[in-house]
Design a protein around this ligand. Sequence first.
Ligand SMILES: [Zn+2]
Length: 112
Amino acid sequence: MDSFDNAILQRKQFFIDSVAKFCDKCGTPYTVDDLNIVQSTGAGTIIHFSCRNCKAKHVASFVGPLGMTQRMPVNIDLDSSEMKRFMSKKEVSKENLLDVYEELKSRKTITV
Ligand SMILES: [Zn+2]
């Protein structure tokens, strides 16, 4: 394992510790394999959690400077690669993190 991979793993472990240790739905502990860092900017990070047990998915944001975290379930079939495509449409900043959530929420209500 090179140092870059190691840094990513440490970062993922940090998000598990500070954002979500367990699956909301079934309580299975998350491991570094269960999350993907979708978007990371100076203002914040968006993390995609996927439970290996019940397949529940969550998206969480971590706003670094404020130490704030926010988490929401996504009941849509959106894997992390689709998520990346979705996010890459625009540069995500602290201000438009909320826009992304609103858009995800509206997609959710349409699909469910
Ligand atoms: Zn679960």
